[in-house]
Design a protein around this ligand. Structure first.
Ligand code: PEP
Length: 244
């Protein structure tokens, strides 16, 4: 299976011109890489400007659960797909923390996104002081409630401990290995061992060009979700080269 490398640009860069320039730089840096699937998730407003290529797929950072209607400021899953997104990040901790997203909302969004033929990158992870297993298991079971085995083929799980996001304090590869196994155990409970083995599990949280390799070789994960470091084309290129 190709390794997945997801770039979450969050609310960056500040202008469309800069976003286009960053994408061009990333394309140069990852030239020749064949063993990784690279997904760039820019702010939704630029999805239409930033064209996917053979080497780069596009993703949205969020979508609404309804198809249309009076939801000021929101975009639907079909709108994101129509603008070029093939993936959507859902359940990111920043949306849970600042936008009050609950697992029930994430569940509705996943179902809407699947209807619009988007692939899902579901983020789960505990805050500092919380018990990882309790949080991850309840986030997974509530967010994935009602999804069929067939629908699960379109789902990727990203373990993103909240305490590691944007802090420079990445999870140790050994701990990421244990969490990866725990996520597969939970998928086995919810679905089957077969599905648990087929579902890609990623790590995200302060990944950089120095620490990236260990999450693949030591933690045996299927890829990475990269925030801050994805805004530096050279560093992002280094991550992509090292893990592919
Ligand atoms: C993220 O926001 O998904 C993320 C992983 O951020 P960072 O890499 O900056 O910790």
């Amino acid at each position: 299976m190709k390794k997945l490398i997801v770039a979450n640009w969050k609310m960056n860069p500040k202008a469309a011109k800069e976003a286009l320039a960053l994408l061009e730089e990333v394309k140069k840096e990852i030239r020749g890489i064949k063993e990784a699937e690279i997904i760039i998730c820019p702010p939704a407003i630029w999805l239409q400007n930033l064209k996917p290529s053979a080497a780069i797929k596009m993703g949205a950072q969020n979508c609404h659960w309804e198809v249309s209607g009076a939801f000021t400021g929101e975009i639907s899953a079909a709108m994101a797909a129509g603008a070029g997104a093939e993936y959507v990040i859902l359940g990111h901790s920043e949306r849970r923390q600042f936008m009050g997203e609950t697992d029930e909302i994430v569940n509705l969004k996943i179902k809407a996104a699947l209807k619009a033929k988007l692939k899902i990158i579901l983020c789960v992870g505990e805050k500092i002081g919380e018990e990882m297993s309790a949080v991850v298991e309840s986030q997974m079971s509530a967010s994935l409630a009602g999804l069929s085995v067939n629908q699960m083929k379109e789902v990727v799980i990203a373990y993103e401990p909240v305490w590691a996001i944007g802090t420079g304090k990445a999870c140790s590869p050994d701990d990421a290995l244990s969490v990866g196994l725990f996520i597969r155990k939970t998928l086995t409970k919810l679905y089957s061992r077969f599905l648990a083995e087929k579902t890609p599990v990623l790590y995200g949280g302060s990944v950089n060009g120095q620490n990236c390799e260990a999450y693949i070789s030591q933690s045996r994960l299927d890829g990475l979700l990269v925030g801050g470091a994805s805004l530096d084309a050279k560093e992002f290129g280094q991550i992509a080269k090292k893990i592919s």
